[in-house]
Design a protein around this ligand. Sequence first.
Ligand code: SAM
Length: 230
Amino acid sequence: MVSILKMNFEEKRKRLVESLKDRGILTEQDVINAMLVVPRHKFVPLDAESSAYIDSPLSIGLGQTISAPHMNAMMCEYLKLREGDKVLEIGTGSGYHAALCAEMVAPKKSENPGHVYTIERHEGLVENARRSLKETGYEDRVTVIHGDGTLGYPKEAPYDKILVTAASPSKIPIPLRTQLKEGGILCIPAGSKNFGQNLYIIKKKGNDFKTKRITGVRFVPLIGKYGFES
Ligand code: SAM
């Protein structure tokens, strides 16, 4: 058996994916493929590269984090991302989760490519994410926008899928509900600002929203007009 210290990034990535499969978190082949392909170590600060394939959140600066891989996997599975989907992500952070989504909705050589729009409130993170997405070949499939994601991104609405990667107050931001396509799925952590949050899957059916609680979670707060105050 190869010691983890001697593994290269690809081997470490495979090992992480296998452990997520063993734990029953990763089940869908599209999500498995995306997690095998997207180089998470390119989305974290240099001094955290060696920890990129540990199932843990990591600091990306400005008090923010890249989520743990099991959370990325879980959210992607619940969103049921399909080739051609138009996706809105709130909370770009490192850009890693946006790249995972792009790998599924706009795989290379797709004849019906979808697109990922992702919004980040910290300008410094926007720049870093754009750089990482360019370096890894996702810049044409992901558009990074600097702004308040609680307002959504009306310019490209409606969206097949909306992914929120910061914790919303219990009252889900209205713009996100209205910008979701009929039959679309919104995946969002919500609850209180620092603890006591749950992950929800919300499906839009006509004027109705079917909400399902998935599990307890802990995310940084969603700050903005329809979020928490900073
Ligand atoms: N998806 C990210 C990734 O792959 O690295 C991780 C996101 S991190 C857990 C949450 C991010 O949401 C932070 O970068 C934070 O600055 C951002 N955020 C919080 N409120 C926001 C808002 N109203 N609009 C846009 N981004 C927001």
